[in-house]
Design a protein around this ligand. Structure first.
Ligand code: GDD
Ligand code: MG
Length: 355
């Protein structure tokens, strides 16, 4: 009864120009390992559920890339969204569709753009959570030990109480999505909070019930699709349904509000590749802290702590450059101090308005 729902509709604008709206980060092989992020995600789930139970939700402009990168998926396993409405509609749609195939389904919902270094620990944590989710009416998330007051994450505080069937899965007291910096700092200082990994485990019944309670209008929209899911009319239904959906994430829409949220503290070498800093952290460095991908034609003199990602055939020379991001893709070059990388998102918006 185990299913996976991979969310792959984001645009990853902080990695521009390597990640672009037409070809976002989940479809990129950032580390030169021969697999893109979504291919690695899919391969992990092959060890958790049968291939026919893996579904991918994405924007319709990416369905061709998905077919190319994940040829094992049947057409019916690719859920195409006509417009971007964030993760709540994407999960409601996916859960309803899976429930119509199997009302007893348990589902792991996961982003397509994370790296996980310890595959065994990941598979173990998911397996444990799927079992718990099949036995309890609960919404489980995985909690990661935080390392900095990052405002891009959800923060979780849990209490001692656990699920009856699993004493490692704790009841969540507070779930705060993307706090401001002040709040994030106080969370980190208290030492009491975990980051939400953005990987959720629940039964189709529990999540659909949570939608009916906390996002009833959205629930109603996707509920009406009951008879058409997995039929030829699904596409038309969905294009109407999305027009009526509000734009909201699962974190704000459900996780902050529900009272049956549980967390499994986990440690499997998780990284949300949110910015160049996270690539820099994982990539190999030379002895003065430069991370260069790929390294073939890049020459560095008196330069340190730079993050360089350029096409293989490009000869790049850096002299006296410290703490910079230098990235090129699609004939576009971006140079930015590492400390200012959060501004790339805004810069891209400005650039797009011009060109
Ligand atoms: N299909 C679809 N449609 N997928 C989407 C959409 C959409 O409209 N929007 C985002 N996604 C996908 C992204 O591609 C990504 O894989 C995943 O859903 C999560 O979306 P993000 O936009 O990356 O969320 P976030 O990183 O800001 O925050 C979430 O993840 C954090 C951990 O990485 C939250 O769950 C946080 O609480 C969490 O800490
Ligand atoms: Mg993310």
């Amino acid at each position: 009864n185990n299913y996976a729902l991979i969310m792959a509709g984001g645009v990853g604008s902080r990695f521009w120009p390597v990640s672009r709206t037409e070809y976002p980060k989940q479809f990129i092989d950032f580390f030169g390992v021969g697999k893109t992020l979504i291919q690695s995600t899919y391969d992990r789930f092959l060890k958790i559920c049968p291939p026919e139970n893996i579904f991918v939700v994405t924007n319709e402009i990416y369905t061709d890339i998905i077919k190319e990168q994940l040829p094992g998926l049947h057409e019916n396993q690719i859920l195409a969204e006509p417009i971007m409405r964030n993760t709540a509609p994407c999960i409601s749609y996916g859960s309803m569709k899976i429930a119509s195939l199997n009302p007893d389904a348990t589902i792991v919902v996961a982003p397509s753009d994370h790296t996980i270094t310890n595959q065994e620990a990941f598979i173990e944590a998911i397996g444990q959570s799927l079992k718990a989710a099949s036995e309890n009416d609960c919404l489980i998330t995985l909690g990661i030990k935080p390392s900095r007051p990052d405002t891009g994450y959800g923060y979780i505080q849990y209490i001692e109480n656990t699920l009856k069937t699993d004493n490692q899965i704790h009841k969540v007291k507070i779930f705060t999505e993307k706090p401001n910096l002040e709040l994030a700092k106080s969370f980190i200082q208290s030492g009491d909070f975990l980051w939400n990994a953005g990987i959720f485990i629940w039964s189709a019944r529990s999540i659909n019930k949570a939608f009916s309670r906390h996002l009833p209008e959205m629930h109603e929209i996707f509920l009406q699709g009951g008879p058409v899911y997995n039929s030829e009319n699904e596409k038309d239904f969905i294009s109407d349904a999305y027009q009526q959906c509000t734009n909201i994430s699962i974190d704000f829409g459900i996780m902050e509000k529900a009272d049956n949220v549980y967390v499994l503290p986990a440690d499997f070498g998780w990284s949300d590749l949110g910015t160049w800093a996270s690539i820099y952290d994982i990539a190999e460095h030379d002895y003065v802290g430069n991370a260069v991908i790929p390294a073939e034609q890049v020459m560095m003199f008196n330069s340190s702590n730079c993050m360089v990602n350029v096409p293989k055939d490009k000869l790049v020379i850096l002299q006296g450059l410290h703490d910079y991001i230098v990235v090129e893709s699609n004939n576009t070059l971006l140079i930015c101090p590492r400390s200012e990388e959060q501004t790339i998102k805004q810069v891209v918006a400005d650039v797009k308005a011009k060109f």
